[in-house]
Design a binder for this molecule. Structure first.
Ligand SMILES: Nc1nc2c(ncn2[C@@H]2O[C@H](COP(=O)(O)OP(=O)(O)OP(=O)(O)O)[C@@H](O)[C@H]2O)c(=O)[nH]1
Ligand SMILES: [Mg+2]
Length: 196
């Protein structure tokens, strides 16, 4: 997949205002700080496209990035950020679930989990929620560059087992620092877009 254009098209918390032009959407879910916004910047090769931060809770709205005038990356707020107030956590949950339930027929979900640690309760809860809707997410293990090479197989297996991922599911290791991993996921996304 060659990225010809990438731009923020809409930033919303109100589901009635999400764009609905029929273009395919690839939604990113994951714990706060797992690297969703960085993933969009890396895959598009546009460093400052999605705002990133070293402190969790940066993305609070559903941000729609139109790619090649063909499909959207939807950057959703991160779940599982313990320091957010109860009210903020409710808003975040509402933005995620209202988006997913409205769009479930026309989207692919990428669930990002941190490669360095076993899946957290909030990751398992999100996966179960998606499976309950009949949606199987594609799992992306982020920050692979921060995992010791000698630990990589072990942490990979812990995530597969912890999330209960079956053999026929798509799983990618990813790092914003690694060109090969970026190319692999771009190729997968390109094939998805071509097949719809
Ligand atoms: N080393 C390394 N750092 C990464 C990688 N991906 C993200 N980061 C860093 O992790 C931090 C969080 O990244 P974001 O992309 O802002 O995370 P997010 O999931 O969008 O976070 P929220 O918007 O809070 O939900 C930033 O400091 C990034 O630079 C990666 O693959 N490798
Ligand atoms: Mg973000």
């Amino acid at each position: 997949m060659i990225i010809k254009s990438a731009a923020l098209a809409s930033s919303q918390t109100d589901i009635s205002r999400f764009p609905s032009d029929g273009k395919f959407e690839i939604a990113l879910v994951g714990r706060s700080n797992v690297g969703k916004s960085t993933f969009i910047n890396t895959v598009t090769g546009r460093k400052g496209l999605a705002r990133t931060s070293s402190s969790p809770g940066k993305t609070r709205t559903a941000n729609f990035y139109l790619i090649n005038d063909e499909f959207y990356f939807v950057d959703l707020p991160g779940y599982g950020y313990a320091k957010a107030s109860k009210g903020e956590q409710r808003t975040i949950k509402r933005v995620i679930t209202s988006y997913i339930e409205k769009r479930q027929a026309d989207i692919m979900v990428l669930q990002l989990v941190d490669h360095r640690i076993p899946p957290q309760a909030s990751d398992i809860e999100m996966r179960q929620y998606l499976l309950g809707l009949g949606m199987t997410p594609v799992t992306v293990l982020t920050k692979t560059d921060k995992v010791k090479p000698s630990e990589r197989d072990k942490t990979f297996r812990a995530i597969i087992e912890g999330l209960g991922i079956s053999e026929d599911e798509a799983v990618f290791e990813f790092s914003s620092q690694n060109g090969k991993m970026t190319e692999d996921i771009k190729e997968f996304i390109g094939e998805m877009i071509c097949s719809i």
